[in-house]
Design a protein around this ligand. Structure first.
Ligand code: BMA
Length: 328
């Protein structure tokens, strides 16, 4: 019997593995990790920090593929089971009616969000520094690019899956041009996906594993307890940044109000594929698939800026953990 409910469709075919008897953690890794190797397509140096959604009778996604020049590019992909992926070897060519916006500099850390009738993609888009690019697609073949949501510099633009109080809603993380050493999550709203305003502060970094900066991860999951936000938090160690994952519950109608937030992380870099790679000690979540009937949640995250991994949790398990370990 489920205590809490996901408000969303039933998706019995999402990837799933039960938690092993020996594991006490709120989030557990797939035994098949990493599910996407760095060299799945011939040109790729690494495939990580990528976003997937349900699509037709399977799944589709937008993948961060850094190529062997180390250019940061976005590719589309499809999968029947959410684990074995076919990634288009050609990068996405965004269509734009504006030549300045249509000039692609670089793109990374995509998120994909179904709203109303189409899939929206947001990503860290190079335009005189990093900002939030926005595009939509119906079929993961043709992508129509819209205006950037914000001025540079900004990263981790994450849409909500429905309008809130009649407005589109997005989380983002204002930043700088480089490896930003600060960063709070903000909420913004828009009547039309073009003009964004009414900015509200959501959360700041704090304490230990999330003491330097934080950024929204997957599209927030609507539940009977509020919006479930899975996010990354960064610690500055004597050996550089360490990226872990935490979770919070946001008010359904006023999502800038945080109702609960984990004091410990829910996943941190511990496995070899998270600790060793192009950037060591990084787990970076960009997507989650959910099944409302069972409360199952499959989280997609990048490992060490090199490979794509999968972890699981159950809504009751995660919400109980958040409530029992919350500090505001
Ligand atoms: C951030 C982004 C992420 C990356 C992380 C760790 O600034 O570039 O794509 O995973 O750094 O290198």
């Amino acid at each position: 019997m489920q205590k809490y409910k996901i408000i969303g469709p039933s998706l019995p075919n999402i990837p799933w593995e039960d938690r092993s008897e020996h594991c006490q953690e709120p989030v557990w890794r797939s035994a098949q990790n990493p599910i996407i190797p760095r060299n799945l397509i011939p040109t790729s140096n690494s495939i990580f920090n990528s976003a997937v959604v349900p699509y037709k009778d399977g799944f589709a996604g937008v993948f961060r593929c850094d190529d062997k020049r180390r250019e940061m590019l976005l590719h589309s992909g499809k999968s029947k089971d959410g684990i074995n992926w076919e990634i288009d070897p050609k990068p996405i060519q965004f269509l734009s009616t504006n030549s300045e916006i249509g000039q692609f500099e670089y793109g990374y850390d995509p998120r994909v969000c179904w709203i109303e009738d189409r899939y929206y993609v947001t990503w860290c888009n190079g335009y005189h520094g990093p900002t939030i690019g926005v595009a939509y697609t119906y079929d993961f073949q043709t992508f129509h690019q819209l205006e950037n949501a914000f001025l540079p510099y900004n990263r981790n633009g994450v849409l909500f899956p429905r309008k809130i109080n009649g407005q589109y809603a997005m989380l983002s993380r204002p930043s700088d041009t480089g490896h930003t050493a600060f960063g709070d999550i903000f909420y913004s709203q828009s009547p039309d996906m073009e003009y964004w305003g009414h900015h509200r502060h959501v959360m700041a970094p704090r304490g230990w594993w999330q003491n330097t900066k934080i950024g929204a991860g997957p599209i927030p999951i609507e539940t009977t307890e509020g919006w479930l936000l899975i996010y990354h938090g960064v610690l500055t160690s004597c050996n550089g940044f360490v990226y872990s994952i935490g979770a919070a519950l946001l008010d359904l109608d006023e999502p800038w109000k945080v109702m609960a937030r984990t004091e410990p992380y829910i996943l941190s870099p511990q496995k070899l594929y998270e600790c060793v790679g192009d950037v060591p000690n990084v787990v970076f979540p960009c997507a989650a698939l959910t099944d409302a009937d069972t409360g199952r949640i499959a989280i997609y995250y990048g490992g060490a800026d090199t490979v794509t991994c999968l972890a699981f949790t159950h809504l009751d398990t995660l919400i109980n953990f958040i409530k029992e370990n919350s500090k505001l």
